[in-house]
Design a binder for this molecule. Structure first.
Ligand code: NAP
Length: 250
């Protein structure tokens, strides 16, 4: 197993990509703690996976937009598990619209969850990991943080910012054994993309050389690679998981 006895913390792990990362990490022997804004029961499937390897799985109530929550949740996971080896900043939201009609609230809400929340969690986790002299932080960016997208100035700015945050933090903590990388998914089948109209989905499909949407498992596999020792000499990178939608450099 690739993550035997590693301790992982994932923000927003009850559905979509975060859930699949929790499932994948548990299957590989990790202890998994994830956060949700409201108290959410751990699914039978995750409990069964944990039982198979003797790992722990738990959901903690925490809102990434609240600094105190972020400080508390990292502290709590560390108290419960004794260390944190892997952190995945997965929580994310969209509030799409052309800039002409975008309200300040829509801008602030997206930046607050996707970028400021990740900053709080990164700061707390990095502080702990540099003392451990090891750790892997994975930030869930997006292809639109690299190439932009009409109707998503808030979301793409948050994801572009997250990529820059990841690279800067990677440089700050590299000598202490802590790695920081980003994943930039393309168009992945989850509730977030189900919200797009059929026309929007059809238009997006035309931009993907592989001509299909990705699945949460495709992103979880990239997270698995970045989380464990297979990527031990990789930091400050953006792994594109997008069916060829964007092939440029980082
Ligand atoms: P999703 O199905 O909408 O799930 C988002 C998760 O984030 C949910 O668990 C949600 O919790 C949680 N969350 C939202 N606000 C939060 C907050 N303030 N505090 C803590 N948790 C919060 O989205 P997804 O498609 O799995 O996306 C996961 C990540 O991948 C996001 O960062 C997204 O931007 C990124 N991404 C997705 C795609 C795609 O095509 N799906 C592409 C590129 C990047 P609740 O259940 O409580 O709402």
């Amino acid at each position: 197993m690739l993550l035997k006895d590693k301790v992982a913390f994932i923000t927003g792990g009850s559905r979509g990509i975060g859930y699949e990362i929790a499932r994948t990490f548990l299957s590989e022997g990790a202890h998994v703690y994830f956060s949700e804004i409201v108290d959410t029961p751990v699914s039978d499937e995750l409990n069964q996976l944990a039982a198979k390897t003797g790992a722990k799985v738990a959901c903690l109530t925490s809102n990434v937009t609240k600094e105190e929550d972020c400080i508390d949740v990292i502290k709590k996971v560390n108290e419960m598990a004794g260390r944190i080896d892997i952190v995945v900043n997965n929580a994310g939201i969209t509030k799409d619209g052309l800039i002409f009609r975008m309200k300040a609230d829509d801008w602030n809400a997206v930046i607050s969850v996707n970028l400021t929340g990740a900053f709080f969690i990164c700061r707390e986790a990095a502080n702990l990991m540099i003392k451990q002299r090891s750790g892997s932080i994975i930030n869930m960016a997006s292809v639109v943080g690299e190439i932009g997208n009409a109707g998503q100035v808030n979301y793409s700015a948050s994801k572009g910012g997250l990529i820059a945050l990841s690279k800067s933090l990677a440089r700050e903590v590299a000598t202490r054994g802590v790695r920081v990388n980003a994943i930039a998914p393309g168009f992945i089948k989850t509730a977030m993309t189900d919200a797009l109209s059929e026309d929007q989905q059809a238009a997006l499909l035309k931009t993907i050389p592989m001509n299909s949407m990705g699945m949460p498992k495709d992103v979880a596999n990239a997270a698995l690679f970045l989380a464990g020792d297979l990527s031990s000499y990789i930091t400050g990178q953006v792994i594109n998981v997008n069916g060829g939608m964007h092939m440029g450099g980082n």
